[in-house]
Design a protein around this ligand. Structure first.
Ligand code: ARG
Length: 605
């Protein structure tokens, strides 16, 4: 199927013109086609002349002139013009817009599967067992889900991997403390569990610094005794955790059973949240750290044997070319690290899952870890030139004060509390807007508005940047928000309902001629045609916001169409049918974009 997206088509034509005009001298030059900055001059522009001028030491206008002479676009656009220093402006012919739009109106909505499909492991969510999911986990979860949806849509096989933190000393601290307290594991709740986690990790932190200071500054026997007791207690907690880990490792039935219960309690809560977030992630996708436990020792031995790893002061490290810091994969006490597990996970994902691409949607603060990991994996031959490792590093969620979002008492906000609050606030707005809606429907709408608002606010940002979280902003019905988009969709559904009530045929007819006479109809059509390009951009750049930008510009284009172009009261039967078809297509595109973004839809609100 040929491309339907005008930008891709024009890109090909401009590239051909560059080649025809300058040959090899301009090899690989970017055609730089984008939507026009100033719609007065056209629909699209190419900025290719500027960088080419630099490269070929010529004037940009001369280059633009040469491109113009070689461009073959008469079938698509009005005669192109040159503006400013050397921009090429294109305006699509009305019949081009109509015929592209008619082709977009297919099941695939113009989205073409990738020429070469891949098996992709997508590391997402990756929560820690015994810890409550907090706001920090939402980004990995929803961005990972959207990227998976989009890659799948393009024909790739995506294997979602929830790399749970379910192994090691910290979780064993919680486990041993719960066992010591004689907790009834059958009745264990998430709150109990996360409190126990917090208490245990605090109890397991020996204050060596404090003790040293007390001794150095001779702060008295009482202070010294207290700190000695603290340190001894903490060391005891750690020793017990290590002992529990040993029992877990050796398969002690009781400990293994209790450990499994911790995982189950944590994951039941996570599953509830995934469901609420409309994220496709279930226990099937669990691929926690514990999965690799028996692979760590042999892997380190293998890398030592192959001379990819070496000893350094008793520890085992991998030296990475071009990086000062070596990557430690075994501590001098023989213990393994987060890093070792990640090395084993790459080995597994490449050799056993057969993936040629691994995408990690993880907090930007782990950037160094992933740089080292990727370098070490390559050095150690775990991933060769056929395997691509990518870290999608996302920024932090900040409060309105510009600091990491926390509760008033400085603790991490529980994700479920955050979702509850969004839905509660949405319920208020929904009740005000539509008091007639019955209670059950109100609740459903509030849930969709609240959850959608949070997700949209998150994904419409540049992934790598920090963003500030504001309920008021994200729940507004005006502007680039989830509720605004949902409202556009709902409006269209109400047109269909009214049409039906009036006995108008609202069936979708692929042979209805599309009349794009009004400027708002044309703008709407152009906005729709960006869909395949937006989906491709998300996949290429691994950034969900391109779909959000698409959906927002579609919704605004629809709003002005709706305002200026009566649908059911159109002047002629042809115009009415054409506009209904535009409504249908807009509705389907919004629905599809929502599906890929994982945003809930409602039919009315
Ligand atoms: N559990 C880790 C954390 O919460 C994230 C794991 C990310 N994935 C990975 N393969 N390292 O920080």
């Amino acid at each position: 199927m040929p491309a339907l997206d005008p930008i891709s088509i024009l890109r090909e034509r401009v590239s051909a013109a560059i080649l025809a005009a300058f040959g090899d001298e301009a090899a690989g030059a970017d055609p730089l086609v984008a939507p026009a900055r100033n719609p007065e001059f056209g629909d699209f522009q190419s900025n290719a002349a500027m960088p080419l001028a630099k490269r070929l030491s010529k004037k940009p206008r001369e280059i633009a002139q040469a491109l113009l002479e070689h461009l073959q676009v008469e079938d698509l656009v009005e005669p192109p013009t040159i503006a400013g220093p050397g921009f090429l402006n294109f305006r699509l012919k009305p019949e081009t817009v109509a015929s592209l739009l008619a082709s977009l109106d297919s099941d695939a909505l113009g989205v073409v599967p990738a020429a070469e499909t891949q098996r992709v492991a997508l590391d997402m969510s990756s929560v820690n067992v015994a810890k409550q999911m907090h706001v920090g986990h939402i980004r990995s979860t929803i961005i990972g889900d959207c990227l998976s949806n989009v890659l799948e849509r393009l024909g790739h096989t995506v294997i979602r991997q929830n790399h749970l933190g379910d192994w090691g000393v910290p979780i064993c601290m919680t486990l041993s403390s719960l066992i010591d307290q004689g907790i009834d594991f059958e009745a264990l709740t998430v709150d109990q569990l996360s409190n126990a986690y917090r208490a245990a990790t605090a109890a397991g932190k020996p204050d060596y610094r404090g003790l040293e200071a007390v001794r150095r500054f001779d702060l008295g026997p009482k202070a010294a005794a207290e700190l000695e007791e603290q340190v001894a207690g903490a060391e005891e907690v750690i020793a017990r955790a290590k002992d529990t880990l040993l029992r877990l490792q050796s398969g002690d039935a009781e400990v293994v059973h209790r450990w499994q219960q911790l995982i189950d309690v944590t994951m039941e809560e996570c599953e509830r949240i995934y469901g609420r977030l409309h994220v496709h992630l279930t226990r099937e996708h669990d691929a926690g750290e514990s999965m690799y436990r028996d692979r760590l020792a042999p892997l380190v031995e293998r890398l030592l044997g192959e001379k990819h790893a070496e000893f350094s002061e008793g520890a085992v490290i991998v030296r990475i070319e071009g990086m000062d810091e070596p990557f430690m994969i075994r501590k001098s006490d023989g213990g393994f690290l987060y890093a070792t597990t990640d090395m084993a996970a790459i080995d597994y994902r490449v050799r056993e899952l057969g993936c040629t691409r691994i995408i990690y949607v993880v907090d930007a603060r782990q950037r160094l870890h992933f740089r080292q990991l990727f370098g070490a994996a390559q050095k150690a031959g775990l991933s060769d030139g056929n395997v691509e490792l990518v870290h999608v590093a996302f920024g932090a969620i900040l409060g309105e004060d510009g600091r990491p979002l926390k509760t008033r008492s400085g603790e991490n906000i529980k994700l479920s509390d955050l979702l509850d609050e969004a839905v509660e606030r949405a319920a208020k707005v929904v009740r005000e807007k539509n008091p007639e809606l019955e209670a059950a429907a109100q609740q459903r709408v509030a849930e969709a508005v609240g959850i959608g608002a949070i997700k949209y606010a998150d994904m419409s940002q540049d992934v790598s940047k920090d963003y500030s979280f504001s309920f008021d902003r994200m729940l507004a019905f005006e502007g680039d928000t989830g509720p605004y988009l949902l409202n556009a969709y709902v409006r269209i559904q109400s047109i269909f309902r009214k049409a039906q009530e009036a006995g108008v045929d609202v069936g979708e007819h692929s042979d209805t001629p599309l009349l794009l006479e009004e400027p708002q109809e044309r703008t709407l059509a152009l906005a729709m045609l960006r869909y395949p390009g937006a989906v491709n951009s998300v996949a290429e750049k691994l950034e969900p916001h391109h779909l959000c930008t698409f959906a927002y510009s579609l919704a605004t284009a629809f709003a002005s169409f709706y305002e200026h172009c009566p649908v059911l009261k159109a002047d002629s039967a042809e115009s009415k049918a054409s506009r209904l078809r535009l409504c249908h297509l807009t509705s389907r595109l919004l629905e599809d974009a929502f599906k890929l973004l994982g945003l809930p839809l409602v039919e009315q609100m």
